[in-house]
Write a protein that binds this ligand. Structure first.
Ligand code: CIR
Length: 260
């Protein structure tokens, strides 16, 4: 039986460095509070462990404020991992710092060589295929190279558009289950979602779309009450987590781990 795309056993995280308060943000808004951000990260790691995953936490990297968002620098599958080329220049150096940790855990380690770029936040893993969203961080050359590497790992990839103003494809959507996606209204008619049920985020709750399904549970931002109520009414086992501080630097729940 093929495992569901969220039947993870392992995760790889990175502790936030104090420099995380200088993480990239599109709106030029205020810095997050470091102790609050560190508490959100610690709560996230504890939750993944509570859900049964073996979670390794790499040491902080003060030279790379966004390095706690391990999701963006690699893709990890049971059959191998792929080192990516993050689209933000300040994040490119993070790849070298995760290489050894991934090589130790994934004997089959592939790597993008460029010249294109791709961020893991733009990659949505479904049961039978993978969707790569084009965004300000993932260009067509990067998505095309990544699709070929995924094929090497036996994964079929399709390329989609991320709506303008949305950082990553998964900023705007996440899996509720294998055939159901939570998405912002701008992704309602995403052609790559054909055949899936698309449930839209309630009015005013677009940032709630970055849910993270882990085994039988869906992690959801604590403050998105309407989304939580909607998911709960559908019978989803929701685990609310605080995300106020990481939201200051444009991050949500999927960003803080690599999972396989
Ligand atoms: C960045 O702009 O790269 C970080 N401040 C946030 C990255 C969030 N990662 C994700 O959505 N996968």
């Amino acid at each position: 039986m093929i495992a569901a795309p969220y039947d993870f056993t392992h995760a790889l995280c990175r502790a936030p460095a104090p420099s995380a308060i200088h993480g990239i943000r599109a709106d030029g808004g205020p810095d997050p509070d470091f102790s609050g951000l560190a508490a959100e990260h610690a709560g996230y790691v504890a939750t993944l462990r509570d859900l049964g995953l073996t979670v390794d936490v790499l040491p902080p990297l003060d030279d790379f404020p966004d390095a706690l968002f391990t999701e963006d620098v690699a893709l990890t599958f049971p059959e191998g991992a792929i080192l990516l080329r993050p689209g933000a220049s300040s994040r490119a150096g993070e790849v070298a710092h995760i290489r050894a940790a991934l090589a130790a855990r994934h004997p089959r380690l592939l790597e993008m060589t460029g010249p294109g770029y791709a961020d893991g936040g733009d990659v949505l893993r479904l049961a039978e295929r993978v969707i790569i969203g084009l965004s300000d961080r993932t260009d067509r050359a990067g998505a095309t190279e990544l699709a070929k590497l995924l094929e090497t790992l036996g994964r079929r990839a399709e390329i989609a558009e991320t709506p303008p103003g949305v950082l990553h494809f998964k900023t705007g959507c996440g899996l509720i289950d294998e055939s159901t996606i939570l998405a912002v209204p701008e992704l309602a008619s995403c052609p790559q979602f054909a055949g899936l049920e698309v449930v839209l985020t309630p009015l005013g709750e677009n940032p709630a779309a970055n849910i993270l399904r882990v085994r039988d549970t869906v992690l959801v931002g604590e403050r998105w009450l309407a989304t939580r109520a909607m998911l709960t009414a559908r019978g989803v086992d929701c685990r609310p987590l605080p995300t106020d501080q990481i939201a200051h630097i444009d991050a949500g729940l999927s960003c803080m781990s690599l999972r396989w």
